[in-house]
Design a protein. Structure first.
Length: 87
């Protein structure tokens, strides 16, 4: 009897823990934005960064070179890009 009660408490505790974990799971920022729109916005932002780095390269030439190289490397193979390479 005690074994059965312990098993039931363990199962109920697991279910409560699972439900609490699901409730605390991160949600997508805005479900109304479809993935295609998000990708287009990201691509437009990357293009803006590219133009900004090229236009203002005389302000900080080393930084502009790094930014342009990273954009070029990401654009060549976005699936193979490793964000951990930044630091």
């Amino acid at each position: 009897m005690i074994l059965l009660a312990s098993l039931v408490l363990l199962l109920v505790g697991g279910a409560v823990g699972f439900a609490a974990g699901r409730a605390g799971a991160p949600r997508s920022p805005d479900p109304s934005i479809d993935p295609t729109t998000a990708v287009r916005r990201r691509d437009a932002f990357i293009e803006h960064l590219r133009e900004l780095a090229w236009r203002d390269r005389d302000v900080a030439p080393e930084l502009s070179t790094v930014v342009l190289d990273e954009i070029r490397r990401f654009s060549a193979d976005p699936d193979g890009w490793d964000p951990r390479s930044l630091g």
